[in-house]
Design a protein. Structure first.
Length: 83
């Protein structure tokens, strides 16, 4: 029980930090292409070439963070429910 009480402020702090991050910067780098927007591939000669655009981010290199997606869904549901 004592360990739960000592861990609770840390969990609250982490949650608030992530909420602040989602509010300040709602987009993060795409995990698939690492923010490039396309896959970099190597030819047989060793030269680097640009590949196809990323399917996840559609070539933008940025994706909406999970926390921001949850906030947008909750906000939309609240807006539609109070009409």
């Amino acid at each position: 029980m004592a360990s739960l009480l000592t861990a609770m402020p840390l969990l609250i702090l982490l949650t608030l930090c992530y909420a602040t991050l989602c509010a300040a910067s709602p987009f993060g780098a795409c995990r698939k292409c690492e923010g490039w927007g396309h896959k970099i591939r190597q030819t047989r000669t060793g030269r680097l070439k640009r590949g196809r655009e990323c399917r996840r981010c559609h070539g933008y290199g940025r994706r909406l963070r999970i926390g921001r997606r949850l906030y947008n869904t909750a906000s939309r549901m609240r807006h539609e429910g109070t009409r």
